[in-house]
Design a protein around this ligand. Structure first.
Ligand SMILES: Nc1nc2c(ncn2[C@@H]2O[C@H](COP(=O)(O)OP(=O)(O)O)[C@@H](O)[C@H]2O)c(=O)[nH]1
Ligand SMILES: [Mg+2]
Length: 445
């Protein structure tokens, strides 16, 4: 790979680039211990370290001037995250300390790592497969407890195992066919085309591929816009969902003039929630701008919750919004008046919210709600594409068999499905693909 050189020693700040109590700078690569010992106060102890040792001391600058008091966690080759010789420096967390240490490392033959380089090395050294490497990134960027749990399952190898077993099925089918191909047809009696095995495997691949929508829902979340006329109760619902008073709630119409945006979760799904200006005709310039922005938001969001004041019988319902397939209609102020013609909620008593949440899940991309994070779900578009390719190849194989086409042609399709599955775990992967996967990681991972 062009931009990644795996022969040298890399370092990166693994914690945030901001002031905190402690910072962790990680180093990995052959010779890392020796290189670091030339700027560490106890070089002999470091050089003689056993695997998985903690070592206290000082990072030294020019003329052995102390930069900071640190603790090193040392891993020898064959161990640790990258399976390379590696050291993690835990230092004090000021930017001054971090900068000085990193400058010192650069002077001692180490270079700043690029995004994902540690994980790339872990993958290349066989510490994990590609599904696990992708799970690292998914875990680091997880936005909800559910996504965290799902990603951890994949990191522990749940997806890897499933793909491997699917691949084994296909290898077995392939072996049966190859035996037949190796001999003239009349020599092998009772040849049974492994149709069931291929069909079952195809179904399992399809099921896994179909989890992508759900995975995406839990990782990327949904954009929900609260719309409706002024005083409908949008800001009250917004605050309730955020569990804090962010938006101003008032019975004076036109209080919310621009939209307010916030992040929350609804039933473990990350939600970007927008409280908007009421949709009413107004002569107020600023309010009109707010209404215009509401209309723009309606275009880009996934779900619109259109709130209608349940008490005010005269409210005019905007059909263009209600008829939008993204829209959930809900009456508010159920504690005063319970409207039966649609979902009816109260932000005071919380009544009806469960039904509203059900409707949100149903409207969201997949409509599938998963109950626990032990479910196997994919969230990477790369994995989704490869599964689709494998499914396609198996569909072709089964079609060809029906048409009584030669086994050698069917074998090509089976092989292609096996290759796609191999691509998922990273058995066969081009540099371009590695670059694409690891390039999206943050530095230090
Ligand atoms: N009784 C009752 N009053 C509500 C409810 N939701 C909102 N309100 C009141 O309705 C008025 C308008 O609410 P607000 O959230 O500012 O509406 P918005 O203009 O759509 O943002 C306020 O006085 C709220 O206290 C509800 O569920 N029950
Ligand atoms: Mg409001």
């Amino acid at each position: 790979m062009e931009t990644y050189n795996t022969d040298d020693i890399i370092f990166a700040l693994a914690t945030g680039w901001n002031q905190s109590a402690l910072a962790v700078i990680r180093i990995s690569g052959k010779g890392a211990i020796k290189a670091l010992s030339s700027c560490f106060s106890r070089p002999k102890s470091l050089l003689n370290c056993k695997n998985a040792t903690l070592l206290h001391g000082y990072i030294l600058g020019e003329n052995n001037h102390k930069i900071d008091e640190v603790v090193l966690s040392v891993n020898l080759e064959g161990h640790g995250y990258t399976k390379e010789e590696a050291v993690e420096i835990t230092s004090h967390g000021s930017l001054a300390v971090i900068t000085a240490i990193m400058q010192e490392l650069a002077k001692h033959g180490m270079r700043q790592a690029k995004g994902g380089e540690f994980t790339l090395r872990a993958f290349l050294n066989g510490a994990m497969d590609l599904t696990q490497a992708e799970a690292v990134h998914e875990l680091v960027t997880s936005q909800s407890q559910m996504e965290r749990g799902l990603a951890l399952g994949r990191l522990e190898g749940a997806l890897h195992k499933r793909i491997e077993s699917l691949k084994q099925n296909l290898l077995q089918a392939m072996a049966t066919i190859e035996v037949q191909l190796d001999y003239a047809e009349d020599e092998v009696e009772d040849f049974d085309f492994p149709k069931d095995l291929i069909e079952d495997t195809k179904k399992a691949i399809e099921d896994l591929s179909n989890t992508y929508e759900t995975g995406r829902l839990y990782s990327q979340g949904v954009k929900i816009v609260l719309a409706g006329s002024t005083n409908a109760g949008k800001s009250s619902l917004f605050n309730l969902l955020l569990k804090q008073k962010r938006a101003i709630v008032s019975d004076i119409k036109g209080t919310t003039r621009d939209y307010i945006e916030a992040q929350t979760t609804i039933r473990s799904i990350p939600v970007r929630l927008f409280d908007t200006a009421g949709l009413r005709d107004s002569n107020d310039l600023i309010e009109n701008e707010g209404i215009k922005r509401t209309k723009e938001l309606i275009d880009i969001c996934d779900v619109i919750i259109y709130l209608v004041d349940g008490v005010d019988e005269d409210t005019i319902i905007d059909r263009t919004i209600v008829d939008n397939p993204k829209t959930i209609l809900a009456y508010t102020k159920r504690d005063i008046k319970h409207r039966k013609e649609a979902i009816s909620i109260s932000t005071i008593t919380g009544e009806g919210l469960d039904l509203l949440f059900d409707a949100i899940i149903e409207k969201s991309a997949s409509g599938i709600e998963i109950s626990d994070d032990s479910t196997l779900v994919i969230e990477s578009s790369r994995q989704h594409q490869l599964l689709e390719e494998a499914k396609e190849a198996l569909t072709n194989a089964l079609e060809l068999e029906k048409l009584d086409i030669g086994l050698d042609i069917i074998a090509v399709e089976l092989n292609s499905a096996i290759t796609s599955l191999g691509g998922l775990t990273g058995e066969i992967t081009s540099d371009d693909i590695l670059e694409k996967i690891f390039g999206g990681f943050c530095v230090g991972k």
